[in-house]
Design a protein around this ligand. Structure first.
Ligand SMILES: Cc1ncc(COP(=O)(O)O)c(C=O)c1O
Length: 381
């Protein structure tokens, strides 16, 4: 039986032409393609200041630095996220303070966030889990009341809409990931949306060693050999090779989103009668939109088989799955740093979650096979 992987990227053949152009141009690192990717994404989501970087993790690290997060600060962040959201906080010298999530949205719980605000709190990190928008209004209000910065981890949220507007079109520093499994991918890559030009200039400079602006041009005809180091920067710039892969997907992004919405609907339709699964929530507000980066179900204790056993059985049936995420407060590093707290909702959800195969070129037939197998294993029907 043909294996259905958890993920397969959808890169159009036009990417080859873009890659050829880069190689033929004689300039393969940061250049025109990166600029075009930045402006194309800005245009789609309605943002003004975008800086493409080498990963979503790099985007988060730079956004934290741009937000002025550093030693002595506390940053409130869900434990229920990928470890890089947290690691990048540690790299600034600040202390992550884990908060719990809401059981329905799996995004951070504003009430729990409020409880964890202290005099040392500098920022709140919002993760739009799986592509569902988090409750930004409540978090923005809290930030305003307590004079805190918000950084949005939008690694899952390219084309997520919150109340009619794309995530990344507001005033918060917002970080996208273009990692291999994401809705738009450059293989490795990311992007920071900045609230103003000054912040964008800082992020750009810090992404390239902290040297004076346009340093990437120094080997080109229009560039200059002279540069000045202003800050201890990082090496987080994106290359034109990566940008060319992303640019090929840009004109198809709308269509790809429609396909994801259709596949999510089909999954829901085929699994809705199964009492042993909880299906992913839809956005509360009618003008909000799910980006459907992941399709995550929750295996209930009433299921004939537990989540871990189910993963093995699905694997034997030729179906790849994944788990997003292992709570960070249960990871060795964060336990050692005494950051382990009791997060009852996060812990409960972790025991249940299962990410099913989900990508644009997943066929309806494959979705039917996944659902049939899943229903048989958990429900017997
Ligand atoms: C929620 C979240 N934040 C951040 C990242 C980091 O992105 P990247 O892998 O591009 O560094 C990921 C990863 O894939 C993620 O899922």
């Amino acid at each position: 039986m043909k294996y259905i992987p958890f993920h397969k990227p959808s890169i159009p053949a036009s990417a080859i032409e873009g890659l050829k152009q880069v190689i033929d141009s004689g300039w393969i690192t940061t250049g025109k393609k990166v600029q075009r990717l930045e402006s194309s994404i800005a245009k789609i989501i309605g943002a003004k200041y975008t800086v493409a970087v080498s990963s979503g993790t790099a985007a988060l690290h730079l956004a934290y630095l741009a937000a002025g997060i550093g030693r002595g600060d506390e940053v409130i962040v869900p434990s229920y996220t990928f470890c890089s959201t947290i690691n990048a906080i540690l790299h600034t010298g600040a202390r992550p303070v884990f908060c719990d999530i809401q059981e329905d949205t799996l995004c951070l719980d504003p009430k729990d966030v409020e409880k964890r605000i202290t005099r040392k709190t500098k920022a709140i990190v919002v993760v739009h889990f799986a592509g569902l928008p988090a409750n930004l209004d409540e978090i923005n209000n809290l930030a305003r009341q307590h004079n805190l910065v918000i950084v949005e981890d939008a690694a899952h949220a390219f084309l997520t809409k919150y109340k009619g507007k794309y995530v990344g079109s507001g005033k918060n520093l917002t970080c996208f990931s273009f990692y291999a499994t994401k809705n738009l991918t450059t293989a490795e890559g990311g992007l920071v949306v900045c609230p103003n030009l000054e912040t964008a200039n800082y992020v750009r400079m810090m992404s390239l060693h902290g040297i004076s602006k346009n340093a990437w041009k120094r080997y080109q005809k229009t560039g200059s050999w002279k540069y000045d180091v202003l800050f201890p920067g990082l090496k987080y710039n994106l290359s034109d090779i990566h940008a060319a892969i992303g640019l090929a997907q840009v004109p198809l992004a709308g269509k790809a989103h429609v396909t994801r919405v259709r596949l999510a609907k089909l999954y829901k339709q085929l699994l809705s009668h199964n009492p042993n699964l909880i299906l992913p929530a839809e956005p509360v507000h009618p003008t909000s939109e799910h980006a459907w980066h992941l399709f995550v179900v929750r295996v209930q204790p009433s299921s004939r088989i537990g989540r871990d056993g189910l993963i093995e059985k699905l694997k034997s049936a030729g179906i790849g799955t994944s788990v997003h995420f292992i709570p960070n407060h249960q990871q060795t590093l964060y336990k050692k740093l005494a950051l382990n707290r009791q997060l009852p909702v996060t812990e409960k959800i972790f025991r249940q979650i299962l990410s099913l195969p989900f990508y644009e070129n997943l066929s309806e037939k494959e979705v039917r096979r996944v659902c049939l197998t899943l229903n048989q294993l958990t429900y017997g029907k």
